[in-house]
Design a protein around this ligand. Structure first.
Ligand code: ATP
Length: 362
């Protein structure tokens, strides 16, 4: 098993650029514990694959070191790292059967026939490939091919870590959830360190114990799914995670409150003072799930006008105008509201965050 440590790792494709923002990966420090399940989450082009390839050894970082179990492997080739990597598109041999494909990584390492067969059967059962073991890989559906590719990553028992780069992109939506669950089971039973790259928050939040959110080559926050949801350290995390994302309302700050479109929300004086000192654009953040509809004005509530209501089964999302700004609120089934109505929305102090220059003030 593997403890993975990245020390000052940074990468540029080509000569090292002068400007910080032109690096594909800006300097970062990360420690991933043995046996943990980690997700790298961020939009396209933010550096996830670059980081994954640096860990597996496919790419040598421009700066910094990679340590696996305390050993500096920065210059070591992939085959010396004992790491399995599963890519976005299946990597399998069309001329082989499903069983031969699954067995391939074991043959390569001289594992005996009986053990190979046992491992292949175990992995095939896990990924629901047992009935297809004798079929040739060519002509199989995209999601079956990716299941084989996953199986090739999982079949080695000695593997220290499994790195998965958006492996469910080509999988049929109705079997995606099943594979997500299977992957979680595999991780729990093998206790192998798992790093999962995705731009899909549902995949990241359901699979990982810890999620690393990246944007523009930088790690913006690393935390448990709950921490990322409840305490976004950065406006990008607030907006990127959640559906819909966090409300981030431009505001002014007073000694003991924030003012949004002329309406005041009380805040702790030390937070207000710090926000002023930190500088940068000020925004008041609250998730649609944490705004509360109240019957009449309270000191921490604002008056809004509902413009749209989306019915989503057991709950509804209302969009409302707060002056010139737009606020989204998630309301339970029993909270009826219609477009055109005015209502009061309360900002519970526990769930209200002030951001200065994009970072949470605490
Ligand atoms: P995606 O989700 O689209 O795969 P990503 O988050 O994995 O994106 P990377 O593929 O790591 O992002 O890319 C990070 C940055 O590096 C991007 O600006 C990308 O254009 C650039 N980049 C990636 N690979 C190369 C390459 N081989 N040569 C030059 N630039 C590259």
């Amino acid at each position: 098993m593997a403890r993975i440590e990245l020390r000052g790792v940074a990468h540029a494709y080509g000569p090292a650029p002068e400007s910080d923002k032109d690096w594909a990966l800006r300097p970062l420090e990360l420690v991933w514990q043995d046996g943990g399940a980690y997700a790298l989450l961020g939009p396209s082009g933010c550096g996830k694959t670059t980081l994954l390839n640096i860990i597996s050894g496919l790419l040598r970082p421009t700066r910094g070191q990679v340590h696996i179990n305390g050993v500096d492997v920065t210059a070591a080739p992939p085959q010396a790292r004992n790491i399995a990597q599963v890519f976005q598109f299946p990597v399998i041999y069309d001329t082989m059967t499903v069983s031969e494909n699954l067995a391939f990584p074991l043959h390569n390492r001289g594992v005996g026939k009986a053990e190979t067969q046992a491992r292949v059967e175990e992995v095939a059962a896990l990924l629901e490939l047992t009935p297809d073991l004798r079929r040739r890989a060519s002509g199989l559906s995209a999601d079956m091919r990716q299941r084989i590719s996953l199986g090739r990553g999982l079949v080695r028992k000695d593997v220290a870590a499994i790195l998965l780069d958006e492996p469910l992109t080509v999988i049929d939506p109705h079997v995606k959830w099943l594979l997500r669950r299977k992957l979680k089971q595999v991780h729990e039973s093998l206790k192998v360190t798992l790093v999962y790259v995705t731009h899909d928050q549902v995949e990241a939040l359901t699979l990982a114990d810890q999620v690393v959110v990246m944007n523009q080559g930088r790690v913006v926050q690393a935390g448990t799914p709950q921490e990322l949801f409840e305490r976004p350290a950065d406006t990008f995390v607030g907006y990127f995670i959640g559906s819909p994302g966090m409300n981030l309302l431009p505001c002014a700050v007073e000694p003991d409150g924030a003012v949004v479109e002329g309406q005041r929300i009380p805040l702790a004086p030390e937070v207000c003072a710090k926000a002023k000192a930190d500088g940068g654009e000020l925004r008041l953040g609250i998730r649609p799930e944490f705004l509360r509809r109240v019957r009449e004005g309270t000191p921490a509530s604002v008056r809004v006008e509902v413009t749209q209501v989306e019915e989503l089964g057991r709950y509804r999302i209302a969009t409302a105008k707060l002056g010139a700004q737009v606020v989204k609120v998630r309301l339970p089934e029993e909270e009826r509201v219609a477009a055109g109505e005015s209502c009061w929305l309360e900002f519970p102090a526990k769930w209200t965050t002030l951001y200065a220059g994009g970072r949470a003030v605490s």
